[in-house]
Every structure is written in C-alpha cells, then in structure tokens.
Write a protein that binds this ligand. Structure first.
Ligand SMILES: O=C(O)CNC(=O)[C@H](CS)NC(=O)CCC(=O)C(=O)O
Length: 280
C-alpha cells in the first residue's frame, strides 16, 4: 500500500541585527523549499534579528503588522503557497519587555498560530555563556494546543523549552504528531546537550521533532551552534545540518510519515502509571 508522505523543509540561517539581511536568507530558503515541493518550511528562533544586548533587542522589535521581516515572509508564503514556521520578537503594548514568539504563517500568507516562549534562558556558566533572556523578554503563560496542517498536527515550543519534558508530553497528550523547537543554542551547551535532548523528546513523545537552528556568528558577542535536526518518532535522525563554522543559509528536506507515527505508538504503547505519579 502506498504510504502518504508529506514533504517539508528545515532551514538554517545566521541572523544579525539587520532585518533585510535576515529576510534575504529566509527568502532564499523559501524559494529552495518551494522548488523542491515542500509544503512547509521551518525556520529558527529569532529569525527576524539577533541583537548584541537586551537594550538593542528591545529597540529593534516591531509589531508584525509593521515588521518588514514578517510582512516579507507572509508575502513569500502566499506567492509560493507554502507554510512557514518562524521565530520572531514582538513588542507588548504598554510594556518594555518583548515576547519571544513562534508564528505559523499558513499557505495563504496569514499568521494563523502564535506561541510565546515559556522558559527563559537565564544562565551563567563559568566558561560562558552568560545570558539573561529575562532582561529583554517576558515569558508566556500557556501552551498552544496542537493545530492541524497538511503535515499533521503541530505542537510549538522554542529553544530552551527543549530542556523541559513536561510541555512536550502535554502536547503529545493533546494530539501532536510533530513538535517544533526553533532554536539558537550556544556553542558549549549545544555541543553537550542538543542532539541528545532532541532525540529524547522524539522518543518520549513518539513524535517527529523538527528543530531549525541559528548557526554561526551573529555579532562579536554571540555565536550559535547550528546542527539543525529532524528526528523521527523512533528517535532516528533524519536530517542534520552543519555546525557553527558553516557560512550562509542551509536547507534540509524530510518527509512526515503518518504511518510511522501510528506504528511506533501501536507497537510500544507508553502507558503512564498515573496512579503512582501525577499526569503532566
Ligand atoms: O536572544 C534572542 O534574540 C533570541 N533568543 C535566544 O537566542 C535564546 C535566549 S538568549 N536562546 C536560548 O534559549 C538558548 C538555549 C540554550 O542554548 C540552551 O538551552 O543550552
């Protein structure tokens, strides 16, 4: 029997504080994705820009209705009839701090879903990095229920959220087939934890995990780890892009196999002992 597979693309870029440079990289990837017949393109966290300080990040944020980056991607999505999952910054009216958001731009170019990052990356490692995301960002307060797309049901999380199994398990419980983690991991934490965490989340949730990553130097203070990955529900790595030394944008293709999701879940049901420990 013919399996129903849907093609998608995962894109890697290196954002700076220059909107038009960042948009250009993303548009190149939209064209490549669409030429290859992908139904959706997954882009990294903070694709619109990465600043070198909290103050600069706050000063750059624009509402989606006025952001040349978001408007540009919406128009490309509509032209190419492809959905785009992309991480951006959004100002909050009357507040100083921003939202670290993930939006779903559908095939008609409309923003149809939006998630606000729950866990903020405040770390101070002896050998670096020292980053305090909460200086410029306010955390979200809810999980976005998985939504239907031509690929299957998508559950959205962002970057540092990857370290917490609870929201991914909750998304799986709510019916997700695919969980996304657009990211900008640091070099030391990426080398130590990135691929292990992504495979764990895929194996635990028996779902596809799609993690588009920032890669390379954003400014003289920050460099990202790269290695964008797609992991299938059995934990196999289906796509792995290059590391931080790679210049420019990069793309990888994969197919979502709905039969594989069903097979993995049927063959090894993960029935929780919620009589012993609480359901999360
Ligand atoms: O700063 C922006 O504009 C965009 N946001 C980010 O890059 C965020 C906050 S600094 N990065 C992470 O969450 C990295 C997590 C990480 O590296 C880990 O969990 O090890």
């Amino acid at each position: 029997m013919l399996k129903r597979m849907t093609k998608a693309a995962v894109g890697q870029i290196c954002s700076t504080n220059d909107f038009s440079h960042n948009l250009k990289q993303c548009v190149t990837l939209v064209h490549k994705a669409s030429a290859a017949g992908a139904k959706a393109l997954f882009l990294p966290e903070a694709s619109d820009y990465i600043a070198s300080s909290a103050a600069e990040s706050i000063s750059l944020a624009q509402p989606v209705t006025a952001s040349p980056f978001v408007l540009g991607l919406q128009s490309e999505a509509k032209k190419a009839h492809i959905a785009i999952n992309v991480g951006i910054h959004e100002p909050v009216e009357g507040e100083k701090k921003l939202k670290n958001s993930l939006i779903w731009i559908n095939e008609d170019g409309e923003i149809s879903q939006r998630y606000q990052k729950l866990h903020l990356f405040d770390v101070d490692l002896k050998r670096g990095p020292k980053l305090k995301e909460s200086d410029s960002v306010q955390p979200g307060s809810s999980i976005l229920p998985p939504f239907s797309t031509s690929l299957g049901k998508i559950g959205m999380l962002i970057c540092f959220d990857l370290r917490f199994p609870e929201p991914s398990l909750q998304l799986k419980r709510l019916g997700a087939d695919i969980i996304t983690y657009p990211s900008a991991f640091t070099l030391p934490t990426g080398a130590a934890h990135w691929s292990t965490l992504l495979r764990c989340r895929a194996i635990e949730t028996q779902s596809y995990v799609v993690a588009a990553a920032q890669s390379g130097p954003h400014n003289n203070k920050r460099t990202s780890y790269g290695h964008s990955m797609v992991v299938n529900p059995w934990g196999e790595v289906e796509v792995k892009l290059g590391g931080e030394w790679m210049g420019g944008e990069e793309i990888g293709f994969f197919e979502i196999d709905g039969e594989l999701i069903k097979k993995v879940r049927r063959e090894m049901p993960l029935l929780r002992r919620t009589d012993v420990y609480p359901e999360i």
